[in-house]
Design a protein around this ligand. Structure first.
Ligand code: GDP
Ligand code: PGA
Ligand code: MN
Ligand code: MN
Length: 656
């Protein structure tokens, strides 16, 4: 191809070369990946990211020029993006795992009439067809000048040059950014490397916040370290918004776990485009984890120091938009407690032979948090984290140069708001999209844990499962043992939220909060979880709990105050970790707190603890039935026997 030819003839064609990072200097495996993708997508230019400040300024300048972002003068180095209104959330129905054998990727439902809900499979041949249908020339322009050598004519600042051409000739083709990135601290024993290629400067800028990118990662690659190949293009369609190109009708998010490849087309929205996050750290990550004997989970990681000075770390898996970020950086309402944040969305957990415990790292370097509902009362630490160097997506904009969303403190007198669609906000609709997000560096979190970048991770004493359950599910209960706990994870259900394309507030099955993120057959995933107990003879497994901040009264009001007050539940959990048996009561579903064993001192109004902790028998009989039916229908013969036994025991206990 023309580009490939220019690559051979002109070793310096990649621009701007802030630190002499040209395609030709890339380690050969990376270079082959770039060349192959350049051939396919025909970008106008290639830029290898070094991760520097200077480079970031150029990308921001380009984004401002394109109208993709606007500056938010109220905060330092922070910007607002409005996406195409059709590109606002993850698209689970267009997300596929591609393997030779279908049963490696997803379970086979018990009958043809049952639609599988635990992932989508695509054959390698179909994947090739889908790719060839979308990617050829996806980064190229419609003008004849698209192969101009920007370096020669623009003295190291190709963005300004591209802009000029843009104005003259319409869309001249895009720059392909080459982003070497590390999930986990660079070089850490649990960390993994990826290389993302993207034609979206918004993605390039966001990857710099969400992962560790640039030269240190290139050094690892030069030493021959293996990497996940991640190709992303926002694609082409007629009448696309120049500031937010995308192709919503043809969006696909593809994964090839057998060759550690990710291919994402048509969407710029974070969950679909920041490929280190859901695609790598969870979907591909879970398949690597299975091969290597560890776990890749949709979990926050938090450290809690109790008044006696003991510090414990816990992980919690809640579905998207169900409270992970808030719990991970909560401002504890009980005196004497100190909460510190390791991660708010993803945990990689691995047995550590020194402590005999599961240790967890947060593979990310930033937060991609739900904006609505976040304020100085509910989550002051998140608010402080995003005061600078942050990217806001689809939130409202205030006339004094700040942001606003539903649930935030009202803006000052006289300040007006522009909504996420760019229209004046008058209160008749929302100012921020319900899935609007803030993207900010984790290092800016005032309560970031001193060990958040520890390569070997932090030891995990407990795992919490949870979700939005308006009815029947107690504030907290504890599993009887590991096998029972794995069954509790398998039986998780939650109200759907705006984080994905599902409509309404249906209660959906969401095992382990991983339903959209499994990289392999969920039946095998269950077996892998169960195997943790026998895999290492001496392992001290975390205790497993289930929590529910979202139970409602008859008027539809939350029974529990939530947020910082959730420390009261964690306090009970910590006492259980210490082995206090005087605070529990055995019920058919697990151990629940004994009356008065949760500290509600100083809460007003006093919550209805009887209601919050009740385990309605009829409800749970139906629940156990629903979980069993779901697993038998969806996973059929791949459900491990111990899980079915645990459900049978639960039903037995409920019938006594
Ligand atoms: P994540 O997507 O799992 O990280 O969830 P977030 O922590 O971002 O929370 C999602 C939404 O749930 C936000 O609007 C929060 O304000 C809200 N939320 C989080 N924790 C609680 C809680 O304890 N109680 C209530 N009522 N809402 C919560
Ligand atoms: P969340 O992360 O879990 O914080 O919502 C994004 C997502 O899961 O899409
Ligand atoms: Mn998530
Ligand atoms: Mn979150």
């Amino acid at each position: 191809s023309v580009v490939k030819a220019s690559l051979k003839n002109k070793p310096d064609y990649a621009a701007p070369r802030l630190r002499n990072l040209s395609v030709n200097n890339l380690p050969s495996a990376v270079r082959r990946f770039v060349e192959k993708s350049v051939d396919l997508c025909a970008p106008a230019d290639v830029h290898v990211m070094d991760g520097s400040e200077a480079e970031n300024r150029l990308i921001v300048e380009k984004l401002l020029a394109d109208g993709t972002i606007v500056k938010l003068p109220k905060y330092k180095n922070s910007y607002l993006t409005r996406t195409d209104p059709k590109d606002v959330a993850r698209v689970e129905s267009r997300t596929f795992i591609s393997t030779k054998n279908k049963c490696d990727a997803i379970p086979t439902p018990a009958s043809d009439k049952i639609k599988g809900t635990l992932g989508n499979w695509m054959s390698p041949e179909e994947l090739e067809r889908v790719v060839q249908d979308r990617f050829p020339k996806s980064m190229s322009g419609n003008s004849k000048i698209r192969y101009l050598d920007f370096t020669a004519s623009s003295a190291g600042n190709n963005f300004r040059h591209v802009r000029k051409i843009n104005a003259r000739n319409g869309f001249p083709g895009r720059t392909m950014f080459v982003i070497p990135f590390s999930m986990g601290p660079v070089g850490g024993p649990m960390s993994k490397i990826g290389v993302q290629l993207t034609d979206s400067p918004y993605v390039a800028a966001s990857m710099r916040i969400m992962t560790r990118i640039g030269e240190p990662v290139l050094d690892r690659l030069s030493k021959g370290e293996d990497f996940v190949r991640a190709l992303h293009s926002v694609g082409r369609r007629q009448n696309m918004l120049p500031s937010w190109p995308c192709d919503p009708e043809r969006t696909v998010i593809l994964h090839k776990p057998e060759s550690n490849e990710i291919i994402s087309y048509g969407s710029g929205y974070g969950g679909n485009s920041l490929l280190g996050k859901k695609c790598f750290a969870l979907r591909i990550g879970s398949t690597i984890a299975r091969r290597e004997g560890w776990l890749a989970e949709h979990m926050l990681i938090v450290g809690i120091t109790s008044p006696d000075g003991a510090k414990r770390y816990i992980c919690a898996a809640f579905p998207s938009a169900c409270g992970k970020t808030n719990l991970a950086m909560m401002q504890a309402a009980l005196p004497g407690y100190k909460v510190e944040c390791v991660g708010d969305d993803i945990a990689w957990l691995k047995y550590n032979p020194k402590t005999k415990m599961l240790h967890a790292i947060n593979p990310e370097a930033g937060f991609f948090g739900v904006a609505p509902g976040t304020n100085w009362k509910t989550n002051p630490n998140a608010m402080a984290t995003m005061e600078s160097n942050s990217m806001f997506t689809n939130v409202g904009q205030t006339s004094d140069g700040g942001v606003w969303w539903e649930g935030m403190e009202p803006p000052a007198e006289g300040v007006t708001i522009t909504d996420w669609l760019g229209k004046p906000y008058d209160g008749s609709s929302v100012a921020a999209h319900p899935n609007s997000r803030f993207t900010c560096p984790a290092s800016q979190c005032p309560i970031i844990d001193p060990l958040w970048e520890a390569g070997e991770g932090v030891p995990i004493s407990a795992i919490l499962f949870g979700g939005r359950r308006p009815e029947g599910v107690p504030l907290v209960y504890e599993a009887f043992n590991w096998e029972h706990g794995v069954m509790v994870g398998a039986g998780m259900r939650s109200e759907s939220t705006a984080a994905a394309e599902h409509q309404g507030k249906q209660i959906m099955h969401d095992p382990f909060a991983m339903r959209p993120f499994f990289g392999y057959n969920f039946g095998d995933y269950l077996a892998h979880w169960l195997s943790q107990e026998s895999r290492h003879g001496d392992i001290v497994l975390p205790k497993i709990f289930h929590v529910n901040w979202f139970r409602k009264d008859e008027q539809g009001k939350f029974l529990w105050p939530g947020f910082g007050e959730n420390i009261r539940v964690l306090d009970w959990i910590l006492r259980r970790i210490d082995g206090d048996c005087s605070i529990l009561e055995s019920t058919p579903i697990g151990y629940v707190p004994k009356e008065n064993s949760i500290n509600v001192e100083g809460l007003s109004p006093t919550p209805n603890m009887k209601e919050l902790l009740s385990v309605p028998k009829k409800f749970w009989q139906r629940e156990a039935e629903a979980i069993e039916t779901y697993l038998k229908e969806q996973v059929d013969k791949d459900v491990p026997e111990p899980i079915l036994e645990q459900i049978a025991k639960l039903k037995e206990r409920l019938s006594e």
